[in-house]
Design a protein around this ligand. Sequence first.
Ligand code: NAP
Length: 329
Amino acid sequence: MRVYRPQSGRLVQREEPTPEPRRGEVLVRVRAVSLNYRDLLILNGDHFATGSGGLIPVSDAAGEVVAVGEGVTRFAGGDRVINVFHPDWIAGRMPDTAMGYGNGRDGWLAEYRAVPEHALVALADSLTFEQGATLPCAAVTAWTSLDGVRPGDVVLTLGTGGVSLFAVQLAKARGARVVATTSSAAKAAKLTELGADTVIDYVATPEWGKAVLDSTGGRGADRIVEVGGPGTFTQSLVAAGTHHAEIALVGFVGRSGPPVDFMDLFRSGATVRKIWVGSREDTEDLLRWLAVWPIEPVIDSVHSFEDAGAAFRRFESQENFGKVVITTA
Ligand SMILES: NC(=O)c1ccc[n+]([C@@H]2O[C@H](COP(=O)([O-])OP(=O)(O)OC[C@H]3O[C@@H](n4cnc5c(N)ncnc54)[C@H](OP(=O)(O)O)[C@@H]3O)[C@@H](O)[C@H]2O)c1
């Protein structure tokens, strides 16, 4: 089978034996994978949890079961599946031993992968493999970030990365009002098309936190899906107002910015909740919800397996609006 492994920051395609599923494992023929910010960080050796290197990259995949090992009961040949981002986190608190795909264990940029049956969930027929592959990291993160959001709440999303676009779609479907930021007029128009109620250009308006307050009659956001980290947190605190908003602490695409002022945090009354994508239970909850309340994942482009490098370059350009997908068919 064909796989990719990183070598000196580059992806190199290799031929390796197709794995045999061992006891409790399922052999998945990978049909599509999607890229996330962490995949670039790991490839470039920049991820805070980068491991020894040389592991097959990419955390998110969809495919079909082609063989099962002894004792497998959850799946049978022909089943359509997606992986769970944290393969050993079933429910409850995240285990301390969690190891990510691509930095702690081999990931999914391969034609076949054998994984424990507990690390997979069923993919509904209503979703294509390409759509399914967009879900394990970005959509589940948006889902857990929005936990408890009620109709009428104001949800603030930052930029148009994978997590943020799912957050826009899921928040709208939950009856929230969405205020979104982005850096270009073209992406602003697409956000509006996707359902965002208010869009703010964070480059043209560096004090965008105040713009969020202005657009909400001075009250601010109820939930902030904080993907910018050091580059955005200070403005997010402004956007939170003083009414005890919740900040879902997700990421750090805005790599640098002013230090957080304790008194600003104190005055806001905001709760900060760290997100770690989600468990298998969260993934299953999202899929059940999508069966009743379908949303169409936004896909920017689909690349062939041979052209995986082009997919990574497209993703790294940040010109994409939606997920960048690689198919193996
Ligand atoms: N904790 C978790 O569980 C978890 C899970 C998933 C992801 N993450 C983290 O969350 C972050 C987002 O991941 P992703 O995969 O969605 O990223 P992504 O798709 O790579 O996001 C890229 C987008 O980020 C936006 N961006 C860059 N700088 C920004 C800034 N200063 N302010 C606002 N937006 C900015 C840009 O949007 P525009 O082009 O619109 O400006 C860019 O297109 C990453 O740091 C990732 O590591 C964490």
